[in-house]
Design a protein around this ligand. Structure first.
Ligand SMILES: Nc1ncnc2c1ncn2[C@@H]1O[C@H](COP(=O)(O)OP(=O)(O)OP(=O)(O)O)[C@@H](O)[C@H]1O
Ligand SMILES: [Mg+2]
Length: 377
């Protein structure tokens, strides 16, 4: 799939924008603060109904306006689908597909799939586990609406259960309340964990392949470190068949039993997919503890490309959003990256410098961004 037209109203510094994109590589160049990242951010709204920059919807509304709108024509499976998302201050987000209002935001998800990459992503392998969990979750949500549903229900159950634990006192009423939420936590949590574990072998394979072609050597491997499966810190996804939902559920229940006293003392949920991690290893060691700057960067790119490849694994295509990446890489790596990205599908990339020279064989289009206007070059 690819996005043929993008339309914005009162989105960041764009009052209006009508953009026709190329099926292959699209380069957006322009000075700092001109509106390059905002275009990518708008595309993310059409894919996952939220800002991949992590911004609140209200921050995205153009200053002085009361709402923003994003619309796009998405070419997929030989047909064109048009989708829109509108956010009004103090109101809800509304989405349409082919002109029809949808009941749920999640109805939009999956029509357009994106993988997003920006320089801060080197934190993927350096920083804490939450960014790595997000990588797994964003991939799975775009592939499977049932996962998205399970994840948002898990989050709700977790919030409620933490509240119940925080106000817990040693009586039956308190215990019954925690129990209610434990039940939902187990139900959705085992589904989330099972989904991640099923994804892992596929993702690990793709990531290792990309890592090899970018770095030339070095074996990169991934391990899912679960807080519930077989006790703390066991591995999965490296060879063995991933466990099923029922199996995980009973392990999860055991783990909750184990930490029951601790949880009631500390007032929050100690085990479950919200505490899991994805360990990235280079050779035999965890990259997080010894990786050099360059090793982190290469691993992060491989992870993101791996994500894109997994999103495209059914051949429906994926849109790769590369924000300010090329300037970070030496010429050889930049060229290798362009080749890989060109092979995955459509890409939108931004840079403050000029567009790179593209070898014949890649379809490409150059745009110049200046103060909320985009001109084709
Ligand atoms: N809600 C808003 N309304 C109007 N303008 C905004 C809003 N939010 C951000 N801006 C401005 O929009 C501009 C575009 O920001 P954007 O992050 O897209 O720029 P950029 O081209 O990616 O810059 P850089 O090269 O520095 O990354 C900035 O000047 C920013 O200050
Ligand atoms: Mg930017």
């Amino acid at each position: 799939m690819w996005i043929r037209a993008l339309r914005l109203t009162d989105f960041r510094n764009y009052e209006r924008l009508d953009l026709e994109l190329e099926e292959g590589l699209n380069f957006l160049t322009g000075p700092n603060g001109s509106g390059k990242t905002s275009v990518l951010e708008a595309v993310s709204y059409l894919a996952v109904a939220r800002s991949l920059r992590g911004a609140n919807d209200a921050e995205v509304v153009r200053w002085g306006s009361s709402s923003f709108g994003v619309g796009g024509d998405i070419v997929a499976d030989g047909t064109v689908r048009s989708s829109t998302l509108r956010f009004t201050r103090g109101g809800r987000k509304e989405v349409t597909l082919d002109g029809e209002k949808q009941a749920l935001l999640s109805d939009l998800v999956g029509v357009l799939r994106v993988a997003w990459f920006c320089p801060e992503d080197t934190w993927l392998t350096k920083g804490g586990p939450s960014e790595r969990r997000k990588l797994l979750d964003m991939t799975l949500c775009q592939l499977d609406p049932a996962y998205l549903h399970a994840l948002s229900n898990y989050r709700r159950a977790l919030r409620q259960r933490n509240e119940a634990l925080l106000s817990w006192t040693p009586d039956d009423k308190s215990e019954a309340l925690v129990d209610v939420w434990s039940e939902r936590l187990l139900q959705y949590g085992s589904r989330v964990t099972a989904g991640r574990m099923r994804l892992l072998p596929k993702l690990a394979l793709a990531v290792a392949r990309f890592h090899k072609s970018i770095s030339g050597s070095d074996a990169l491997s991934l391990r899912y470190k679960s807080t519930v499966v077989g006790g703390v810190g066991s591995d999965a996804g490296n060879g063995d068949a991933p466990p099923g939902e029922d199996e995980i559920r009973s392990w999860f229940a055991e783990a909750l039993q184990r930490v029951a006293t601790d949880e009631r003392r500390r007032g929050f949920t100690l085990v479950g997919p919200h505490r899991d991690d994805l360990e990235v290893r280079l050779g035999k060691r965890a990259l997080r503890t010894f990786g050099s700057q360059g090793q982190h960067r290469t691993a992060a790119i491989a992870l993101k490309l791996g994500e894109a490849a997994v999103l495209d694994s059914d051949g429906r295509g994926v849109v790769v959003l590369l924000d300010d990446i090329m300037s970070e890489l030496d010429d050889q790596r930049a060229e290798a990256l362009l080749d890989l990205v060109g092979g995955l599908g459509q890409a939108l990339m931004t840079s403050t410098r000029g567009a790179p020279s593209i070898e014949a064989g890649h379809k490409s289009r150059n745009f110049v961004v200046e103060a909320g206007e985009v001109k084709r070059q």
